[in-house]
Design a protein around this ligand. Structure first.
Ligand SMILES: Cc1ncc(C[n+]2csc(CCOP(=O)(O)OP(=O)(O)O)c2C)c(N)n1
Ligand SMILES: [Mg+2]
Length: 327
């Protein structure tokens, strides 16, 4: 599929904005302004390309390092900082952007996504759900359960696996003896592999899968083969478990450099465009610093909000214990 120049330029810009923001957020964590940060470094093409393929009726169920997905979907990236500062349960309006909040419990979001997709179908409303999960998450029991439900109910859901090579220090080879694109076969969920560092390929594969899903074809898997160029989170040091040569080889396939070369090769962007993208990235990084300049806190009792939709005696008891312990 040959993509329009405008779309390719937009996706390139979103990748640059995501990269600048992500690098700034990593630095802010090092300065003690964030409790933790999970970098998206290296995965921008998989995230931005797939999210741009989603239509206005589609819902996104992200994991926790999908900053490029948020950027492509129009969520202000500075809003995600609140979660990583511990000052908010989420950070953005999920309904407005049709982007659910981040889930840090590995794999849990996949069952939520399938349930949501079943709900869309039962309500007879248009749209599908794209759920983002990692290679490691595929080993979680919930993901197998989710595949059963999705296949049995022909739920309109796309499982978008970012195979970034690692689940903290566990390599993908430990998660699966066959490609993750085939993980759904026994469940009746077909899949395909895409070059996760090629933003146009990610867009096209996702768009095609969503068209089939919208037409009632049932769930699918896309495995985007990419690489986590940075640490798992700011609490991790990958030099203790993965070879430098592997990182260097993937650095050669930096998705932003690849997208830039493709735009230049096709005569679709000039120096002015690339300079403007960099300036926009610098402005977003400045906005991130500004956002972290003021202290923001969450009242202790708010930590217990939203555990259940209604009051629950166990939650009330735990809150009372903690407040008592702090007194
Ligand atoms: C249920 C659960 N078990 C363990 C963890 C700790 N943990 C956080 S991320 C992670 C690895 C996930 O790897 P993967 O699914 O490949 O995603 P990636 O971090 O590479 O994007 C683990 C084990 C967790 N958050 N939740
Ligand atoms: Mg991974």
């Amino acid at each position: 599929m040959l993509l329009a120049g405008e779309l390719r330029r937009t996706m390139y810009r979103d990748m640059v904005l995501t990269r600048c923001f992500d690098e700034q957020a990593t630095a802010l964590q090092r300065q003690g302004k964030l409790a933790l940060w999970a970098p998206s470094l290296g995965q921008e093409a998989a995230q931005v390309g797939s999210a741009h393929a989603a239509g206005e009726h589609d819902w996104i169920q992200p994991s926790y390092r999908d900053h490029g997905v948020l950027q492509a979907r129009g969520v202000a990236l500075t809003d995600v900082l609140a979660l990583f500062r511990g000052s908010d349960h989420g950070g953005w309006d999920a309904e407005r952007h049709r982007v659910q909040l981040y889930t840090l419990v590995v794999g849990a979001q996949v069952l939520h996504a399938v349930g949501y997709a079943m709900g869309l179908a039962l309500d007879g409303v248009p749209g599908a759900v794209i759920v983002y999960l990692g290679d490691g998450a595929t080993s979680q029991g919930e993901v197998s359960e989710a595949l059963v439900w999705a296949a049995s109910c022909k739920a309109p859901v796309l499982f978008f696996i970012q195979n970034n090579g690692w689940a903290i220090s566990t390599p993908t080879a430990t998660q699966a003896a066959v490609p993750l694109a085939r993980r759904g076969e026994g469940f009746g969920v077909g899949g395909s592999q895409v070059d996760g560092n090629d933003v146009s390929a990610c867009y096209s594969a996702t768009r095609a899968a969503l068209e089939r899903i919208h037409a009632g074809g049932g769930p699918e898997i896309i495995e985007a083969v990419t690489y986590r160029l940075g640490p798992h989170t700011t609490s991790d040091d990958p030099s203790s478990y993965r070879p430098k040569a592997e990182e260097a080889a993937w650095q050669e396939r930096d998705p932003i450099a690849l997208a830039r070369a493709a735009l230049e090769g096709d005569g679709l962007a000039d120096e002015g465009f690339f300079a403007a993208a960099s300036s926009a990235g610098a402005a977003l990084a400045a906005a991130a610093r500004e956002r972290c300049a003021r202290p923001e806190t969450l009242a202790l009792r708010q930590c217990f909000d939203h555990v259940y939709a209604t009051d629950h005696p166990l939650v009330a008891e735990e809150l009372a214990d903690l407040v008592g312990a702090q007194a």
